[in-house]
Design a protein. Structure first.
Length: 275
């Protein structure tokens, strides 16, 4: 078996050395795969993604990235520039990520930090604007854009680096249906280019349509299952147990209705039982 992009061994994380964020996580991310980290709000998905990005570090256990230990010391040395050039992180809320005066400046910022030649930076920005269909926004102030436009700019600020690894935290959060379709098509295109994609989400539709494998976290902040999307998403008991879907029961006369609710309709059920 080839060396994974990320290898997480017995990783735990505590906030302020007190509150548990992750507990005894073991996980691999293979080169070129698309992986969803599924779990309810508060299960530790975002924390795990930040650890993969080198934005947080385990309280216990170890992680390797691109064959090297991912530690504060490693990211203070020569490995940092190499690692940052290979990886892009898209935050759940684009306002956390965008800060430049114009959209053009926002998308140029990353390549400029890597000391790319000015001509190459300009070409990358133009190519990214064109690919995302946002050339008309080039001179706009990012904080004056709509939520979907901000998300596109945040993604563009990452894609202009042409990273091999893309980490996305709740990528469909706050997007209208049209922008969700745009995002799905973009991610499908990146999969065809064999980018390594890791998404933290509780949106089952993105796991079903756009990933090769799913890792499931429970509300005790540990991995309880992993496998192919079809296998995981057929396991209704698992999804109920980790609080990704829920059921409620109500009556109409002598009929009892049991509804399973999930983030997308194809996995909802409607059972009727005579009492």
């Amino acid at each position: 078996m080839s060396e994974p992009i990320f290898n997480i061994e017995r990783v735990s994380y505590r906030y302020s050395d007190k509150y548990i964020g992750l507990r005894d996580i073991n996980m691999r991310v293979e080169e070129g795969e698309s992986l969803a980290i599924l779990g309810a709000n508060g299960s530790g998905k975002s924390t795990l993604l930040k650890i993969l990005a080198g934005l947080a570090f385990p309280s216990q256990g170890k992680i390797t990235a691109l064959g090297r230990p991912l530690t504060p010391d490693a990211l203070a040395g020569d490995f940092s520039c190499f690692f940052r050039s290979k990886l892009g992180f898209v935050f759940q809320e684009p306002d956390v990520q965008i800060f430049c005066p114009t959209v053009w400046d926002e998308i140029a910022f990353g390549p400029l930090q890597l000391d790319m030649p000015k001509d190459e930076v300009r070409q990358r920005v133009e190519d990214t604007l064109d690919m995302l269909g946002i050339k008309g926004l080039r001179d706009r102030q990012p904080h004056h854009l709509s939520g979907g436009e901000k998300k596109k700019v945040a993604i563009g600020s990452v894609l202009s680096l042409n990273p091999d690894i893309l980490l996305l935290d709740e990528p469909t959060n706050g997007l209208d249906p049209r922008t969700q379709v745009w995002l799905f098509e973009l991610l499908e295109g990146l999969r065809r280019f064999k980018k390594t994609i890791v998404m933290a989400t509780h949106d089952l539709s993105i796991a079903e349509d756009l990933t090769d494998r799913v890792v499931v976290l429970n509300e005790e902040h540990t991995v309880v299952s992993h496998g192919r999307p079809a296998e995981i998403l057929r396991d209704k008991d698992l999804l109920l147990r980790v609080n990704i879907i829920h059921e409620h029961t109500h009556r109409h006369g002598d009929i009892t209705h049991i509804h399973s609710h999930g983030p997308f309709a194809s996995h909802d059920e409607h059972d009727e039982k005579q009492t």
